[in-house]
Design a protein around this ligand. Structure first.
Ligand SMILES: *Cc1c(COP(=O)(O)O)cnc(C)c1O
Length: 495
């Protein structure tokens, strides 16, 4: 297996190079040129193993130039002692069919931890192989959860520096505090005036700027990315969908007709990992893409037209407030049968005109695989209330969007087969909104809300959130989006 760029298939590299670079020189994303295929026997064997063993099995197939010992070292390092549960991705079964795949038991209480606890190991192992001793500089644009998860993953990791940009008004107070109070000698955090797409566009520009690259090289440094444009983010996410299937098998589920997966979606990374799991043999029926009021993907799946020229909404599920879903590019590469020129043309149209349209053939392939739905903030809050009343289950705002869209799907199609619903964050990360769904009681402080939520719902405050109560902000810089490069140079002490 090698990795090729979605915009130029003649760019062909190993896993270590794909991970160390993060993005291809011409702006395309790295994807495997072949995928492993697992059979029933494989899944049966895996269902008897724990999460780490499943992760090793899956990842070995993707890390073509890693030794078996290196893969084992990375997986053990990532998933030992960092999750509050021996199983990093446990399932809570609600009713007969709804398998809530809880992906928020890691150090930052969001699903990004599953990948970002592993990525530093993958990246430093890759850099040793292919980056010739250069220091790796991680640039991150975040809508809230990636930033903190990346900071936690990379803090004090040797030969790395990490710099995170977040939209100043586009993250929750808890997310802001999580990032601004980050410890570590190699970490830098900067708020920008703008939204997530501005941050992401800014980071992409810096990444692909040759002058900047040369300057870093002179200082013995090289950029890489911890955003889900990096293949090292996606591969670990495939694991938990394989693992969820194995858990259902281990429980004795038949799943003859397969099962559905619902994913609350922003940048399209998480749902893409679910698609790859399907491609590799996990019997997934429909991939259900759930959006908030920023429903560009819902429209795309229904019409085949992707159009980002629309109002941007700041919602109570901020990690999904995105109008440019960068990982859709990898899906287009699949849908267009690895036609790099077609993908490059679509991406070109997106950056020139803010939109693109797929062919009729691709549109029908898309709606064969995916079902798209969305809901607004009011429906999100109502859904949290409903699941708490009916099942005593407390969902966060993102998971609630998925639950709401799941119900829309069942209502419209009558398809009530077993379903995995990705639960992407702890409700305590979004305490204010979640609290308003379950009680009229109010508090005027962030931690008052956390404590009240705990009292009212009789659920546990995750330890990393409790620990923030006495944290102080260390990073308070705000910069204009035009000045991001300057912020990078300052953080790295480069003139
Ligand atoms: C990042 C994030 C999402 C969106 O995931 P994508 O992979 O970007 O689609 C959803 N929910 C939460 C809580 C997140 O942090």
């Amino acid at each position: 297996m090698n990795y090729v760029s979605t915009r130029d298939k003649s760019v062909k590299v190993s896993a270590a190079t794909a991970i160390a670079r993060g993005i291809s020189v011409e702006g395309g994303l790295f994807v495997p040129d072949t995928f492993p295929k697992f059979n029933e026997k494989d899944f049966e064997n895996l269902s008897k193993l724990d999460y780490k063993a499943r992760a090793k099995f899956v990842l070995k197939h993707f890390l073509n130039d890693f030794t078996e010992q290196e893969v084992d070292y990375c997986v053990e390092g990532a998933y030992t002692g960092s999750f509050d549960n021996e199983q990093p991705a446990p399932i809570a079964l609600l009713g007969k069919n709804a398998n809530i795949l809880e992906l928020w038991h890691g150090p930052t209480c969001a699903f990004k931890d599953l990948a970002l606890q592993l990525l530093p190991y993958l990246l430093t192992t890759s850099a040793k192989k292919v980056a010739g001793g250069k220091k790796i500089v991680i640039l991150v644009a975040t809508s809230g959860d990636t930033g903190k998860a990346a900071l936690e993953g990379f803090k004090d990791v040797e030969d790395t520096e990490i710099l995170v940009f977040y939209p100043s008004e586009g993250v929750s107070p808890m997310q802001k505090l999580q990032m601004s109070s980050q410890k570590g000698d190699n970490v830098h955090v900067c708020a920008i005036v703008g939204n997530f797409d501005d941050a992401q566009t800014g980071v992409k520009k810096i990444f692909t700027n040759n002058e900047v690259k040369e300057k870093l090289a002179k200082n013995n440094m090289q950029f890489s990315s911890a955003n889900s444009i990096n293949w090292g983010r996606l591969a670990p996410q495939i694991v938990y969908y394989v693992s969820a299937y194995c858990d259902m098998l281990a429980r004795g589920e038949e799943l003859k007709d397969g099962f559905n997966i619902v994913v609350p979606t922003g940048n399209f990374g998480n749902i893409l990992a679910a698609y790859y799991a399907k491609k590799m043999g996990v019997p997934v029926n429909k991939l259900i893409c759930a959006s908030n009021a920023n429903n560009v993907l819902t429209d795309f799946i229904k019409t085949g037209v992707y159009n980002r020229n629309r109002d941007f909404y700041t919602t109570i599920s901020p990690s999904m407030d995105i109008l440019i879903s960068s990982n859709l590019e990898r899906m287009l590469f699949e849908l267009y049968d690895n036609d790099d020129k077609a993908v490059a043309a679509l991406q070109d149209s997106l950056s020139q005109n803010g939109e693109f349209k797929v062919t009729d053939e691709v549109k029908s392939a898309l709606s064969e695989l995916f079902w798209g739905g969305c809901c607004d903030d009011k429906a999100t809050v109502d859904t949290i209330e409903k699941y708490f009343k009916e099942y005593a289950y407390l969902a966060d705002t993102h998971t609630a969007v998925a639950l709401n869209v799941y119900e829309q799907y069942v209502k419209e199609t009558g398809d009530d087969r077993a379903t995995v619903i990705a639960s992407t964050a702890s409700p305590y990360k979004f305490a204010k909104s979640v609290l308003s769904a379950v009680t009229d009681e109010k508090s005027d402080s962030e931690f008052g809300e956390v404590k009240l939520l705990c009292e009212v719902t009789n659920t546990e405050i995750p330890e990393p959130i409790a620990a923030l109560e006495n944290a102080t902000a260390r990073f308070t810089d705000i910069c204009e989006k035009e000045n991001m490069l300057e912020a990078v140079y300052n953080s790295l002490n480069i003139k």
